[in-house]
Write a protein that binds this ligand. Structure first.
Ligand SMILES: Cc1cc2nc3c(=O)[nH]c(=O)nc-3n(C[C@H](O)[C@H](O)[C@H](O)COP(=O)(O)O)c2cc1C
Length: 297
């Protein structure tokens, strides 16, 4: 724990774009996956624990082996696009106190085929997060996955506020016989998406980042994540749970750092995801969060 705090403090001292690059080098080390000893299930998907790594930390699949070493419940890789896209110019990330970030990566992706090729042979529950600027982008990727790679689940990201083209309601999707979760956020028309998801037997991820203005970011705005997102996220979770009832599986994401927060969200959600906490406190925080519930079982 002391080492974790020390690494966190060192990472705080440098510009977030530089710590992002240092992190990229470190996270590319291929470590062996953790043995899946903790069993959890969300929407029929078997995972190695309740807390996974949220979309956006490993957009390319290059960090999946490193992250799997820290016993996450599952890894969400992406968001991906059918084609290569560079994303926004730096600076794309800025820190905000306490323990929060603003980011506008601009949906950079090497393309789904490159991402999937990096995941070959990795024996760990991997979810693929798909993004799209039109319904065709989602369809092409779902069909690609049906033929070339079977992830444990798919997340359909319709709520990224950092690029033009977020969706208020759900685009037309095909059922490809892979468990599917739709990721919603502040831009989403919750009632229409909840109805569509319930009808199709899919699940939800609540929430994506919250749109804010920030002059430090090259495009002048971005998505807020981390501790400052937590209260908003829990309120949205409460609203969504009321809409969909108990039948629809929900994964919570937004400002999770501690065991007491995890216990609070798991009263309404079936699993959780973390990103900003990993950037502040290293991936070991995922190991600790997944141990939180052991004493209660
Ligand atoms: C740098 C960064 C990149 C992100 N990229 C994605 C993404 O590609 N797709 C997505 O669905 N969410 C993305 N997110 C949102 C996270 O998955 C997560 O929902 C959000 O940050 C709230 O969780 P947190 O407070 O634990 O970070 C990104 C967040 C950050 C900070």
């Amino acid at each position: 724990m002391a080492l974790l705090r020390l690494v966190g403090r060192v990472l705080h001292g440098v510009h977030p774009e530089i710590s992002h690059r240092l992190g990229s080098l470190l996270f590319s080390i291929p470590l062996p996956p953790c043995r899946c000893e903790r069993r959890w299930e969300v929407g029929g998907v078997k995972t190695c624990g309740p807390v996974g790594v949220a979309a956006g930390l490993d957009k390319t699949g290059a960090y999946a082996r490193f992250l799997s070493f820290f016993c996450p419940g599952f890894l969400v890789v992406g968001s991906t696009l059918p084609y290569r896209r560079r994303g926004n110019k730096p600076p794309r990330v800025a820190r905000l106190s306490p323990y929060s970030l603003v980011n506008a990566m601009g949906l950079n992706s090497p393309g789904i085929d490159r991402v999937v090729s990096r995941l070959a042979g990795l024996d760990y529950p991997v979810f693929i997060s798909l993004a799209g600027f039109n319904a065709g982008d989602f369809l092409v990727q779902l069909l690609y996955l049906r033929r070339h790679y079977r992830p444990a689940a798919v997340e359909v990201n319709i709520s990224s506020p950092t690029y033009r083209g977020f969706w208020r309601s759900l685009p037309e999707l095909v059922n490809v016989d892979i468990p599917l979760f739709v990721k919603v956020g502040p831009s989403t028309d919750i009632s229409s998406v909840a109805r569509a998801v319930k009808r199709a037997g899919w699940g939800l991820v609540v929430t994506n980042t919250f749109p804010v203005e920030d002059r430090r970011i090259s495009v002048g705005r971005g998505g807020l994540s981390g501790l400052l997102l937590y209260r908003y996220g829990v309120r949205l979770l409460e609203r969504v749970r009321t809409y969909v009832g108990r039948d629809v599986p929900i994964i919570y994401s937004g400002g999770l750092f501690t065991c007491s927060q995890l216990r609070e969200v798991l009263k309404l959600a079936d699993a959780a995801e973390v990103l900003t906490a990993i950037l502040y406190f290293t991936p070991y925080i995922i190991t600790l969060l997944n141990r939180c519930l052991d004493s209660l079982r």
